[in-house]
Design a protein around this ligand. Structure first.
Ligand code: ZN
Length: 159
């Protein structure tokens, strides 16, 4: 499987609001998501959204466990956050599209997510810790938002 080229800022594809995946039959989503995962592992990273490889569709892949030795590749299509915790945390985030930079971002600690799998089946789940953090970062990519856009709590500008 080929590695895909990761787009970096200021590539405008990273600023595009991505379209929902509507056709689960003809779109070769299995090949695409496998290539995205391989590209993410190679980078190396723990999350990769479609616009980061130049495709403006609402898809991201994630594996928050592989660096600890137990791979857990996940594919999320048309993801929607259904609820977020009141508890929030502040953490440094890195982004494969913004090499050499990190952002200090405040986000909810846990969330509920609804998404579709490769065959279009709707799934739901609750996530916390690094997975919840990663999901929110990748979801921002699907709306053309980068972590460098978000208010830094260190600057006292967080809501
Ligand atoms: Zn990113």
């Amino acid at each position: 499987m080929p590695l895909l080229a990761i787009r970096h800022v200021p590539d405008l594809v990273l600023r595009t609001i991505c379209a929902r995946v509507e056709n689960f039959d003809e779109a070769d989503l299995g090949v695409l998501s496998a290539d995205m995962l391989e590209t993410m592992y190679d980078a190396p990273g723990r999350g990769l959204a479609a616009p980061q490889i130049g495709l403006t569709l609402r898809i991201f892949v994630m594996d928050v466990e592989w660096k600890t030795g137990t791979p857990d590749p996940r594919v999320f299509i048309n993801p929607v956050i259904t609820n977020t915790s009141v508890d929030r945390s502040v953490l440094q985030e890195g982004c494969l599209s913004i090499p050499g930079e990190t952002c200090l971002v405040e986000r909810p600690v846990s969330l509920g997510l609804k998404w579709q799998s490769l065959d279009g089946t709707v799934a739901t789940g609750d996530f916390d810790g690094f997975a919840a953090r990663c999901i929110q970062h990748e979801m921002d990519h699907l709306d053309g938002v980068l972590c460098t856009d978000l208010p830094s709590p260190a600057k006292g500008s967080a809501a």
